[in-house]
Design a protein around this ligand. Structure first.
Ligand SMILES: [Zn+2]
Length: 255
């Protein structure tokens, strides 16, 4: 091995370890927020340039117990993966492998069934109306999959999801099911999912009052969405603070 290739290998290994730690922190925090469900739901992050090699949670493990070294390293293009002894949950495989194989910009993919986003996905009109800054953050960013047809036990749901995540979409609201977000890294996807759940909570709290919504004009919503994009550092600061809290209170996530 040449000096350059060994330095490249060291960089790739360090990048993968950093991705493992970031994703482990996201699992632990979603558990604290009660946004996970039992031992289901899945988060993944790509670690190769083409996006096809990715880390994902192992099957049947509670988010609150996951450590960096527990995450599976998978190849999205390896059809034998479901036959491995440590194969991931089949619905996780069919969804995340197709997204990582087809959408290299979807570096991080997070899928949960959190209370408010899932309730929104179960409404006949699941539009996230722009009524506060959090809902406006998602103006034009949300795609809707209205074709629920049972659990995803084939590649068709992953392919359908990839088709729906066109340019500019970061959230897929999955009707009668839950929500999925994509991001350029763990911090971006984590922050997006956190804020989407907060936005859905606000909208559903407004619906619960029975009063009419005060929806802002499209221009104001579009401007606010653009302004959120200029706050990219917020997502990095958010995850860094989560890791600092975990380092003090449950540092095993880094193992
Ligand atoms: Zn699901």
């Amino acid at each position: 091995m040449t000096a350059i290739s060994s330095s490249t290998a060291a960089t790739l290994a360090a990048d993968q370890q950093a991705a493992r730690v970031d994703l482990a922190a996201a699992f632990r925090w979603f558990a604290r927020l009660n946004m996970h469900e039992s031992v289901a739901n899945h988060l993944s992050v790509a670690v190769s340039a083409d996006g096809a090699t990715f880390l994902i949670n192992p099957r049947g493990r509670h988010f609150s117990r996951l450590c960096a070294s527990d995450l599976l390293l998978l190849d999205a293009n390896d059809p034998t993966t479901p036959e491995r002894e440590d194969a991931p949950d089949p619905t996780a495989w069919h969804l995340h492998a197709r997204l990582h194989a087809r959408l290299p910009h979807a570096r991080c993919v997070m899928h949960l069934h959190p209370k408010y986003a899932t309730a929104l996905a179960c409404l006949e009109d699941p539009t996230l109306y722009p009524i506060d800054m959090n809902t406006m953050r998602f103006f034009g960013r949300v795609a809707l999959d209205d074709q629920f047809s049972g659990m995803a036990l084939s590649d068709s749901e992953g392919d359908r999801t990839a088709d729906l995540m066109s340019e500019g979409k970061s959230v897929l609201l999955m009707a009668n099911h839950g929500v999925l977000v994509i991001g350029l890294n763990v911090a971006a996807a984590f922050d997006e999912l956190y804020y989407f759940e907060r936005a859905a909570e606000t909208l559903l709290t407004c619906y619960a009052t029975g009063k009419a919504l005060r929806i802002v004009p499209e221009a104001a919503a579009a401007l606010t969405e653009r302004q959120w994009r200029d706050y990219g550092q917020l997502a990095i600061d958010h995850l860094n603070n989560i890791k600092a809290i975990l380092d003090a209170e449950e540092p095993t996530y880094r193992r």
